[in-house]
Design a protein around this ligand. Structure first.
Ligand SMILES: O=P(O)(O)OC[C@@H](O)[C@@H](O)c1c[nH]c2ccccc12
Length: 265
């Protein structure tokens, strides 16, 4: 792992908290297939959007204290192909219990979004997908294997080409490129565009962070995204009563003819 000192202070504090949290007793997941969910969305003409239940974050301009299950159902009503649920408690307002309740209430695949640093950290709660952040773990290949042994589909997050190499060498087949730089917490959609051409075709590729409009959706899709991970634009933290279903739908429908015509005329 790279040294923490290159990271934004908020990220250093998130990692410290993650190291102090205790692990769980073990999980045995019967996962909902992500490739199947993506194929179903494509067949139905929907952009595969993984909508994120993120009550707050170090870069959010507010907190939404709505019931996470209601938020999740609103996202599915808006056409979300899968959900991402923050379980990090101290900086993102998440919890493992919220994830469990959400996974019981919906039938799409659910990603556990957290800062999992070791095997014990995986054993906290069942989910269909598990995030592993290449930059933060020492033995990525070991954790990818450990995640699969428990039944998770590991999603490996990278930010540059070196991390992509590490992810591929670790056997990752589901890779997310995070447009947010964890050193400065700034977002740049060119990050995805520069890493995507290096990704082999048999990898399922997800564009993460900073996608806020139908134009951004089309831009990431043209650069090769099989799916998009979107939090802030759907949660709309500043406007506490913003319509999560509508926020999801406008991104899901970004490639339908009507959506493109309305915006360009
Ligand atoms: O809210 P945004 O910009 O749409 O980003 C969503 C998601 O990509 C972001 O929350 C995220 C990406 N990688 C992470 C790792 C941990 C916590 C959060 C994240």
């Amino acid at each position: 792992m790279n040294s923490d000192t290159e990271l934004a202070p908020a990220v250093q504090s998130i990692l410290e908290a993650a190291r102090e949290r205790s692990g769980g007793d073990g999980v045995d997941v019967d996962a909902r297939s992500v490739p199947d969910a993506l194929a179903d969305a494509e067949a139905a003409g929907r952009v595969p959007v993984i909508a994120e239940v993120k009550p707050t974050s170090p870069t959010a301009d507010g907190t939404r204290d709505d019931d996470p299950v209601e938020l999740a159902q609103a996202m599915v009503d808006g056409g979300a192909t899968a959900l991402s649920v923050l379980t990090e408690p101290t900086h993102f307002g998440g919890s493992p219990e919220a994830l469990t309740r959400i996974r019981e209430a919906v039938d799409v695949p659910v990603l556990r979004k957290d800062f999992v640093l070791d095997e014990a950290g995986m054993d906290v709660v069942e989910a269909d997908l598990l995030l592993l952040i290449a930059r933060f773990v020492d033995d990525l290949a070991g954790l990818v294997t450990a995640a699969r042994e428990r039944g998770f589909q590991p999603l490996v997050e990278v930010h540059d080409r070196d991390e992509l190499e590490t992810a591929l060498a670790a056997g990752a087949d589901l890779i997310g490129v995070n447009n947010r730089d964890l050193a400065k917490l700034e977002v740049d959609l060119e990050t995805f565009e520069s890493v995507a051409p290096e990704v082999p075709d048999d990898v399922t590729l997800i564009a993460e962070s900073g996608i806020s409009s139908p134009e951004d959706v089309r831009r990431m899709r043209e650069a090769g995204a099989d799916a998009l991970l979107v939090g802030s634009a759907i949660m709309d933290h500043g406007a506490g009563d913003s319509d999560v279903t509508e926020n999801t739908r406008r991104l899901v429908e970004a490639e339908s003819d009507a959506a493109t015509e309305t915006e360009t005329t």
